[in-house]
Design a protein around this ligand. Structure first.
Ligand SMILES: C[S@@+](CC[C@H](N)C(=O)[O-])C[C@H]1O[C@@H](n2cnc3c(N)ncnc32)[C@H](O)[C@@H]1O
Length: 452
């Protein structure tokens, strides 16, 4: 009650309010079209299916598309508005206008010899791949010791610019500011044509295909919880619930099968560097995430209590609002495993999640802007240094490439930076952040010699 938890429901009045805010941004004296599009999208997400509000928001979005010469997108919005029972005449005129403009643009393109498609160069691994793990160069090995736990070592000398890992994320969640700009499933930037989930106000998709893939892969278990979880705990809890959802769908939506699998799993035998990814099932891949470090034994009891508190709320909501409720009620052992997993993944996310970023152009310089948070099974094996020798770069499709940024000697460990590079942060601040979030005291060269 104190957290003011409530079901996420469509709300046409709120949709109308958001659309009118969008209209203010669209006004000829303001012309902040992207802000307007975001507000129209939020209005679409809040509106009920087939409602006047939804049709008006699509119609307004079509106006912006026309203004921005996005003719195909404009036609798509006209189609969506009509599908939502748009009743006015305005769209007929707009459709004519846009079809003419489109025909002209096509004629112009046909007569122009200059066709310059955007060619994006994709990085490739700089060395032959591991036979069992094509996402990793064959010179990388996973080792384990007292000081660092599991860590990644190179068996050959590496030079600056080498690419040694390119990995797909196991799970990702959009950051708030991109919720009404990017597809919640593929994260493609499609603000002009997003369509909403009909069950919640938090997820929009670039296509029916992504909507249905997301639903089957995880959204059916998170749909009713996302808004509350986001309002109370922000992104971390959203990845947590998404990981639980993926775990359950991986076992054919059967939590009992997941429980049996976990009961039989020997965690000490799971090693993503030696596993055969060419033949790996979804369950094998799930195992590599399930065994990521939680640091639970190193955490202060205050934090463990905090995680338990969060997990209890999430668990209660899952029981109340998803189809897992009756299953858990009938089987206390499954209920317990669900709570254990929520608590475990909350902590896994805390110390293993990475930002997915793109290069944004802001006031005369490019800066890395993060649009999502994700978890990568093998990249999670990289330990931290405030003077790292590798750097992660997000590729357009969400894969993460690991580049060497300082020469690395044969037999040395690869070190990533957990957003605590000595160039950007003072030692005291880095150390307190690392100890708070990752439960270790950093003894890297930058900390030892107090690099400026
Ligand atoms: C993303 S995991 C890295 C892999 C981890 N060593 C393992 O065994 O799973 C992050 C955790 O590794 C440990 N870690 C990372 N960098 C470290 C370092 N420089 N020194 C000691 N421990 C470190 C901390 O426990 C941290 O929370």
């Amino acid at each position: 009650e104190q957290l003011n938890l409530r079901n996420d429901v469509k709300d046409n009045a709120k949709a109308a309010q958001l659309r009118s805010q969008g209209n203010k941004m669209f006004h000829p004296n303001v012309k902040r079209y992207i802000e307007a599009i975001k507000l129209y999208n939020e209005s679409i997400a809040f509106s009920e299916k087939g409602s006047t509000e939804r049709s008006l928001a699509y119609a307004n979005r079509s106006t912006i598309c026309l203004k921005m010469h996005r003719f195909e997108d404009c036609l798509e919005n006209i189609r969506l508005a009509r599908e939502s029972n748009y009743s006015g005449e305005k769209l007929n005129q707009r459709e004519k206008e846009v079809k003419n403009a489109l025909a002209k643009a096509r004629n112009k393109n046909a007569s122009s010899s200059k066709v310059s498609p955007d060619v994006v160069e994709e990085p490739e691994l700089s060395y032959p791949v591991k036979k069992n793990a094509p996402q990793v160069a064959n010179c990388l090995e996973l080792r384990k010791n007292e000081e660092y736990g599991r860590h990644v070592v190179t068996t050959r000398k590496l030079k600056v610019g080498d690419v040694v890992m390119i990995e797909r994320p196991f799970v990702t969640v959009l950051k708030d500011s991109f919720r009404y700009v990017r597809c919640d499933f593929c994260h493609g930037e499609r603000p002009f044509t997003l369509i909403p989930c009909e069950g919640c106000t938090m997820a929009m998709y670039c296509s029916e295909e992504c909507l249905s893939k997301a639903y089957n892969k995880y959204h059916r278990y998170e749909c009713g919880l996302l808004r509350d979880m986001w309002e109370v705990f922000e992104e971390v809890s959203l990845i947590d619930i998404r990981m639980i959802a993926i775990a359950i769908t991986t076992f054919d939506n059967n939590p009992e099968a997941l429980k049996d699998h976990l009961d039989a799993l020997d965690e000490s035998n799971v090693n993503g560097f030696t596993m055969d990814w060419n033949k790996a099932t979804q369950q094998d891949i799930f195992n590599t995430v399930h065994v990521l470090t939680t640091n639970q034994e190193r955490r202060d009891s205050f934090f463990v209590a905090f995680y338990i508190f969060n997990a209890t709320i999430l668990h209660t909501l899952v029981l109340e609002r998803t189809e897992l409720g009756p299953v858990c009620e009938a089987n206390p052992a499954t209920n317990k495993i669900l709570l254990d997993l929520i608590l475990r993944y909350e902590q896994i996310v805390e110390c293993n999640s990475k930002l997915l970023s793109f290069n944004a152009y802001k006031v005369k310089e490019y800066v890395a802007e993060s649009f999502a948070v994700g978890c990568y099974p093998l990249i999670s094996m990289l330990n931290h240094s405030c003077a790292p020798n590798v750097q992660r770069i997000t590729l357009p499709d969400g894969r993460c490439a690991v580049f060497v940024i300082r020469p690395v000697l044969e037999g040395s460990q690869l070190f990533d930076s957990y957003e605590a590079d000595h160039i950007l942060n003072k030692r005291a601040m880095r150390q307190s952040m690392l100890s708070f979030m990752y439960s270790f005291r950093c003894t890297c060269e930058a900390c030892t010699f107090n690099y400026p």
